[in-house]
Design a protein around this ligand. Structure first.
Ligand code: XMP
Length: 507
């Protein structure tokens, strides 16, 4: 049985990060809404309560009855989780007189407490809550403090129940990993056997059981997630998997051909469909970004559906959905995290059962699985690329001629990043074709041609991003090359906006 830690989500921004850290300890975990604890699941070895945007004394604050778990499993409350357990058991939580946001240092530590094993006095911790526990319930005692916060951590006497007011999951808490490891490994007794290899082994076995001899179709996009899902399914069910890769005409230069070749080398049963003419005709004259997206989304579904119907007896639609894609549906605070459902509606239209073998993985774990499956690095490390492709990087209407111009400029930029060893240092990059013409001079000729913008960002999850601080020399070289080689472009700009308030794509 795959043992796991359950993380109860009270809506904090850092809940995902807790999950990630637990997985870094080679321990499988699942994040579930605060009121959805899987009672009766015997594979659970411990529980972590996350932070929350609320204060425990707010009317709207999320609450769960921790007494249903006390004495049965080890429990660790983080920030709000710690406050809620204290408050609900008769302790006091108040708005802090001095709000201890950010950096703090532990001034006392109960060294022989199992949660604080190897956590030295003076360790930097990161606080992010304006509230503080001012009185602990009876039978609870504090085990660490900072200058401002007497109860930085506590334990319920003689029980496997702890609370920490700081955030061990964030990078700035120096001893954070130690605290989490003390809990997950030392206290919960994790065997630390969660790895890419063990994931593949258990997933392949369960896919075989789930799918039997059924036929499955999967839409490939060239991206990491759908590719890894395909290779995993191929390992499980071989030729019963048919992959469909649609060229909507707005992929990168030569991408359709190259990626199709990669897929064939991986032994996938793949059908490549060149549907670019259909898409160009449907997009002709359309300038509104949302309409462009809708046309491409719908066109994709139509093409995919038509191809899938040529295969007899298909029962399942497989998708490379990964964990962050599911968060929106799990989100309990109602904060909508932007997501892009390119093929939303496909499962409904096709009336197929859904198979999503990667739905519990984070992106870096998907990459690790891909590597373990022997996939080539260039597929695994490929930058994210939007489903509607270059259509959302051509501002205004789309024509094959504009796509060709953009493909050339984009190719120079991306190849340049690779040659300079910068490709893996940025999260994603691309070129945007602007609906602007400007005056230039080439030789003795006046030109009046298009401007493009280069966009490169650093990020960890695309939810926030910073513009990549690429070297000036590099930008200069790329700019020269684009202007000299790409006909129709006489000006190159660099986008220095971060997200928020901008977004990564321009449309
Ligand atoms: P934004 O522009 O929202 O992009 O900052 C965040 C990430 O999502 C990608 N993106 C898309 N992906 N379909 C997709 O599959 C889309 O319509 C779409 N729009 C943006 C974007 O490239 C970035 O990685």
């Amino acid at each position: 049985m795959q043992e796991k830690i359950i993380i109860l989500d009270f809506g904090s921004q850092t809940t995902q990060l807790i999950g990630r850290r637990v997985r870094e300890l080679n321990t499988y975990c699942e994040i579930v809404p605060y009121n959805k604890f899987p009672y009766g699941d015997e594979s659970v070895i411990g529980v972590i309560l996350s932070g929350s945007p609320f204060s425990v004394y707010d009317d709207k604050a999320f609450k769960m009855d921790i007494n249903t778990l006390r004495g049965k499993l080890p429990i660790l409350g983080i920030c709000y989780g710690a406050q809620m357990m204290a408050y609900e058991n008769g302790g006091k939580v108040e708005g802090a007189p001095s709000r201890e946001y950010g950096r703090a240092h532990l001034t006392t530590v109960e060294e022989n407490n199992p949660l604080l094993h190897n956590v030295p006095v003076g360790s930097q911790v990161w606080m992010s809550h304006g509230d503080t526990i001012t009185a602990l319930p009876e039978g609870f005692h504090h085990i660490a403090s900072t200058n401002e916060v007497p109860v930085a951590a506590y334990q319920a006497e003689g029980e496997q129940l702890w609370g920490v007011q700081f955030h061990p999951e964030v990078f700035h808490s120096e001893c954070g990993m130690q605290v989490l490891s003390n809990f997950v490994v030392g206290i919960c007794g994790s065997r630390q056997d969660w790895s890419a290899a063990s994931f593949i082994e258990t997933t392949v076995a369960s896919l075989r059981e789930q799918l039997g001899n059924d036929k499955v179709v999967l839409g490939l996009s060239g991206g990491v997630d759908s590719s890894v899902a395909a290779v995993l399914l191929n390992k499980a069910i071989g030729k019963n998997l048919t992959c469909i890769f649609v060229d909507h005409g707005m992929l990168r230069k030569d991408e359709f051909r190259n990626v199709l070749h990669d897929y064939e080398c991986l032994g996938l049963n793949v059908i490549g469909v060149d549907a670019s003419a259909k898409f160009f005709s449907e997009l002709a004259g359309v300038t509104d970004p949302e309409r462009k997206r809708k046309i491409i989304g719908k066109g994709f579904i139509d093409v995919f559906d038509e191809e899938a119907h040529k295969i007899q007896d298909v029962k399942w639609l497989a998708q490379g959905t990964i964990y962050p894609d599911c968060i929106e549906s799990l989100s309990i605070t109602g904060t909508t995290i932007k997501s892009h459902h390119n093929v939303g509606g496909l499962p409904e239209k096709m009336n197929l059962k859904l198979c999503e073998p990667l739905r519990l993985l984070f992106k870096d774990e998907v990459r690790a699985v891909g590597r373990e499956l022997g996939m080539p690095e260039h597929l695994i490390k490929r930058h994210p690329f939007p489903g509607p492709g270059l259509a959302v990087r051509i501002l205004g209407d789309i024509t094959p001629e504009k796509v060709a111009v953009l493909q050339e400029a984009d190719h120079i930029f991306i190849q340049g990043l690779r040659d300079a060893g910068l490709y893996d240092k940025v999260w994603q990059a691309g070129v945007i074709l602007l609906p602007v013409q400007s005056v230039g001079v080439m030789g003795d000729e006046r030109t009046y041609e298009r401007a493009v913008a280069l966009r490169a960002v650093t990020s960890t999850d695309a939810m926030t991003a910073d513009w990549a601080h690429l070297p000036y020399e590099f930008l200069g070289k790329v700019s020269n090359e684009i202007i000299n080689k790409v006909r129709g472009v006489n000006r190159v700009t660099y986008d220095i906006s971060s997200k928020p308030p901008s977004t990564i794509e321009w449309e």
